[in-house]
Design a protein around this ligand. Sequence first.
Ligand code: SF4
Ligand code: SF4
Length: 472
Amino acid sequence: MYNVKSMKAEEFIDYYEIMETLDYAQRNRHNRELLNSVMEKARLKKGLSHREALLLFNCDISEINEEIYALAKQIKLDFYGNRIVMFAPLYLSNYCVNGCTYCPYHCQNKHITRKKLSQEEIIKEVIALQDMGHKRLAIESGEDNINNPIEYILESIKTIYSIKHKNGAIRRVNVNIAATTVENYRKLKDAGIGTYILFQETYNKESYETLHPTGPKHNYAYHTEAMDRAMEGGIDDVGLGVLFGLENHQFELAGILMHAEHLEAVHGVGPHTISVPRIKRADDINPDDFTQGIDDDTFAKIISVIRIAVPYTGMIISTRESAKCRERVLELGISQISGGSRTSVGGYAEPESDDENSSQFDVSDNRTLDEVVNWLMKNNHIPSFCTACYREGRTGDRFMSLCKSGQISNCCLPNALMTLKEYLEDYASKDTRNLGNVLIEKEIENISNPKVKMLAEEYIKNIHKGQRDFRF
Ligand code: SF4
Ligand code: SF4
């Protein structure tokens, strides 16, 4: 029985509720009156229920579809401006005891190169990432209590935060590790993590169990209820995601929105981010073996509908997607992207030799961070290396209430410009620096609060003189 406030996975992600939602959305896809009333609600920019969102997703009236895309673009602009926050993944270890059928790190894969970074190797990776200009990382590790126990993850986080190379610093470490206990989440919280990210992969329990035939991840309820334990352990910001291509995409869209509704209903704060990865080729994984892949148009519509349904939740896209695809979806609602990523273990400090392969997936966007930053600016986006909220204690419901009142925008734009200025001074190529300085001059005029504008101008001058780490 569907119950948004239940703490049981099968009740807050109720299979029958999803099936009824898909049926309702399918039956009403030409229902102009109903679609118009949902669009009217959507224009209030306060979000939609999973049923309303699925209805918009199914809409097949072309002019209303145009309105859906236009509204997604407008919400993106109203809530996130033209800023795009930059991050990079850092793979610590690809040892894994699970049998996930879509990931080359599954334990039956005997030919992938297994690696686990030592603390000395992490230092080298982080220096390489700092030298690129990154300030925000997402650490990734397979599940393996012997090779990658929580103590290893905690020690690695401490190491990462401790490295200050030249003007570099990693100011926010997000963590993408397997579902764990409340006690371990508390330890992660105490280690000062940013967002705890855990992809659900699929919300369809039966498929989930087939796709995860062995290992602790096989337990659907333990995995699906992980975010509740994370929040119980004091982690304010959690990141959801599904791997599109494993199951029917509409099922996943309904599932992820129901998960967001559940977190909001129980903890008073929805997910901080939603990631939208699509299954990609990797070592022994062939995406053609999965029959539920989605094309770029479907992908764009999913992103638009998520943007409208949960306006306050950031949306992340990785280098799994090509530059062309990323360009299209950035304006529809994406607020964070990775750049210059390596998906191998230890790949930043030393590229792998031809006979090694420890990557989790093949990167489609192979450009350097400088090239991505340059490209973003040429496409009228502001690359931002901001990490201010977490460091100012603006997390969880505090962050959400600032978002909902619109006050956060007083911080985001100046912080984006100041952190971009740091990047330009320390890491950018000449062309990117010139482009960026022109952009900063233009965009600083858009800071609406005169006092904040004056301070931002002063701080940017100080950054040019060599000072670092200003924030609002
Ligand atoms: S998806 Fe995660 S848990 Fe599954 S095999 Fe890959 S690293 Fe291990
Ligand atoms: S000010 Fe906060 S919400 Fe805005 S970009 Fe920085 S960290 Fe994100």
